[in-house]
Design a protein around this ligand. Structure first.
Ligand code: TXA
Ligand code: MG
Length: 352
């Protein structure tokens, strides 16, 4: 299939909307990462999204809407808490998991009785959704398992020839995927951390926010240093049974994996730097190509924006080993970025 690369002009948005209406696939920019769009209410179109990405079919998709009012078409009752969250964070990088309305097909929700909904900030994409006249599924527009796409070029690299069109927008300003917050059972539970932090949600709602225990299972032996406020045990939404199932099915799959081996090093800035230098020299002496990811201290926004692009660039350069400095997870944004880095590294982390 010839993939059309469409600049986001009014005419092209109309062409993209026609493709969507005909059951086709169009990748679109959002503030977080690029999404792979299709009519969320058309099971055949949604099936094609899973196929194009090579995505397991029990991993449900986020449904993207053009305006807050559209939430009422996807869930039986828009509750006060949903309204408050929408007022504070939409359009923006927050996804709400809500009870699903009957019209949302099983394939979109992976058979769950909830549906994940998000109103993205990108103006062109909201226009695309509005003109299409249907909500759009939008998993990250990458081959399943690869780092998420934060530039149109990343989408082209992964999906050219496999989808109908790409809406070629700007680079994504956030750079990591939305915060996924479950509001379906009366509690507020973060299923996937993002740039919108638990603290921000608590401030906006006056309610306590819990973390899905799946987020704390970073490595054998426990959660000791890698979660925010982990000492505060009542924030855990369930018990610490190692056999529990994550509530966001996507969290259990291999993710964001570069081709290179990756090691994260945690400790004081000086120690991390010198450990990286030491290991880099050792590996280079053995003829290996080494890439280093060491973000500026405190610049969480910059780190989020760059991470996936850095991983993809290193793959292009055929790096053998990536050495990365850990970010402080006490900060909610650092925690969200570390969640991605740990998955990229297959939980390969050492302390110095
Ligand atoms: O920022 C984002 O959210 C991007 C952009 C394109 O909007 N989209 C994205 O979609 O990251 P995806 O499909 O790559 O990730 C969706 C996550 C997965 O972890 C999935 O398991 C979870 O949301 N999810 C979707 N529906 C759910 C539901 N009903 N209950 C629990 N988790 C759900
Ligand atoms: Mg994804």
């Amino acid at each position: 299939m010839e993939t059309k690369l469409l600049k986001p002009t009014d005419e092209n948005i109309e062409e993209a909307a026609r493709i969507i209406a005909a059951g086709g696939l169009v990748a679109f920019p959002t503030e977080t990462v690029y999404g792979l769009g299709a009519d969320a209410l058309n099971p055949g179109a949604v099936a094609a999204v899973y196929r194009a990405k090579g995505r397991p079919s029990d991993n449900p998709l986020i449904v993207h809407i053009a305006a807050s009012d559209d939430l009422a078409k996807l869930t039986p009752v828009v509750t006060e808490i949903m309204k408050t969250l929408a007022e504070h964070f939409w359009p923006g990088p927050l996804t709400m998991v809500v009870p699903r309305a009957d019209r949302v097909p099983d394939i979109t929700t992976g058979g769950l009785d909830t549906v994940a909904v998000r109103l993205p900030a990108n103006e062109y994409t909201r226009k695309l959704i509005a003109v299409s006249g249907c909500p759009l599924v939008g998993p990250s527009a990458n081959i399943s398992g690869k780092p998420s796409p934060t530039k149109a070029a990343h989408v082209v690299d992964d999906l050219f020839g496999k989808i109908d069109a790409v809406l070629m927008g700007e680079d994504c300003s956030v750079g990591i995927e939305s915060t996924v917050l479950d509001v379906s059972d009366g509690e507020l539970t973060i299923l996937r951390p993002g740039i919108i932090t638990p603290e921000q949600i608590e401030r906006a709602t006056g309610r306590k926010v819990k973390l899905d225990p799946a987020l704390l299972c970073y490595r054998d032996g426990g959660f000791d240093t890698l979660s925010p406020r982990q000492a505060d045990n009542d924030l855990l939404a369930g018990d610490e049974d190692p056999n529990f199932k994550p509530r966001a099915p996507g969290m259990k799959y291999k993710h964001y994996a570069p081709n290179a081996e990756m090691l994260i090093i945690e400790g004081s800035r000086e120690r991390v730097k010198s450990e990286i230098e030491k290991r880099k020299a050792q590996q280079e002496a053995m003829g290996k190509k080494v890439g280093v990811i060491l973000f500026e201290p405190g610049d969480f926004e910059g780190a989020a924006q760059e991470l996936f692009d850095r991983l993809r660039s290193m793959d292009k350069e055929s790096v053998d080993l990536i050495l990365a400095g850990a970010l402080p997870s006490e900060d909610g944004r650092g925690f969200a970025i570390m969640n991605r880095m740990l998955k990229s590294a297959g939980n390969n982390i050492i302390k110095v």
